[in-house]
Design a protein around this ligand. Sequence first.
Ligand code: BG6
Length: 484
Amino acid sequence: MVIFGVTGDLARKKLLPAIYDLANRGLLPAGFALVGYGRRDWSKQDFEDYVCKAVKAGARTEFRENVWKRLAEGMHFVTGNFDDDAAFDQLENTLTSLDRERGTGGNWAFYLSVPPDYFADVCHQLQRSGMAQPGPGSWRRVIIEKPFGHDLDSAHELNRLVNSVFPEDAVFRIDHYLGKETVQNIMALRFANQLFDPLWNVHYIDHVQITMAEDIGLGGRAGYYDGIGAARDVIQNHLLQLLALVAMEEPVSFNPQELQTEKVKVLRSTTPVYPLSKTTARGQYTAGWQGSEYVKGLREEEGFDAESNTETYAACTLEVNTRRWAGVPFYLRTGKRLGRRVTEIALVFKRAPHQPFGDAVASELGQNAVVIRVQPDEGVLMRFGSKVPGSTMEVRDVNMDFSYSEAFTEESPEAYERLILDVLLGESSLFPTNEEVELSWKILDPILEYWADHGRPDDYEAGTWGPASADKMLGRQGRTWRRP
Ligand code: BG6
């Protein structure tokens, strides 16, 4: 595996630790080789030291000297720019010698952990040097990270560029949410059980809330984030993928094509609900208390243009126009510096058509819900009314809770472990296709265009649950956001 951008944050915090964890779990072939490519003038030893530090700081599993040594033997670093013919030729030589020395068989994966502005140069170089073309019986794959464009047109252009060098089945687009155990569990929950499916439709579900809340601010990423914003950063990818998994029909099988077929059908049927002035909300955080810490507002963050309209909170209402879902609003929201870090999908049920216990009981009761807790406290929760012990018929909401950490002894692997392994195995089920990416932009573009034409986002104080306009957005429909 070759990593471009190996000195970046993503590689240091996620990719390198995940590669070590895979090695430690015995899931990498003995000959596996890792090649870093970048501008630094590093020796093999410098690269090993850098990776070792990243592994010790970020790996999930215990550090074992023998595993590390075997992995480090296969590490190399090539110095160069992304448009440097000679350096790419040297990379090609390095990979060819690794094939000879370690038996890697011409199977090369290129991880583009670099901003999309560099995709063109790197792809061009991989093509020019012949590295993109596999020999007989071997494979070449490319792994790309979002952002996959900033709207439908740019995504289309990017896909065209990547596909002009690598055929679609060699392209692995990372959406790391799909690598999370709890996200894959959506499919187990829905399709391995009989309990949920009869209720999973417009006849029983009132609405769906998909929340991805973060307590962190932009910190060092302010420069990158300015101009992107919450909707492009996570709704376009993670949240729409969650929506697709929740709303799709059962695939014929779990092979990648069948799964993608079902997701694509959902994305094709999904549209914003209009008018956008009433069905969307966006905000920017201001200074406030995040737990016990007083944190600065967005406009004071270094690298962020104080005049910028980039949102750090985004909420929208979507509709999936299928027989199963027509008329059920899907509310998606995400934000930085919110009350706490939590990602969850809540299916909120309609109220019982008749309440035989009287008005007092009915007014106490909330709506039933199935909540898929993606993170943290991974699990599934069901909320329903239950009799309070005593001599009167008092009913109150209770939770029935399945927790991963209590039910299973083994810890869940990190998303990147699963995804990197799947790339090496050529298993593409957990990677959104070109078509999914473009359809997701098609859903989001009208909202982004509307926002671009309608002034500033609202303010919300750090540590709260977003701007008042987001509460109004649901309030108009007689609903409220869950406070996870
Ligand atoms: C990334 C976003 O895709 O996901 C970040 O670009 C965000 O802004 C991150 O912080 C959150 O990932 P996770 O796995 O911690 O929920």
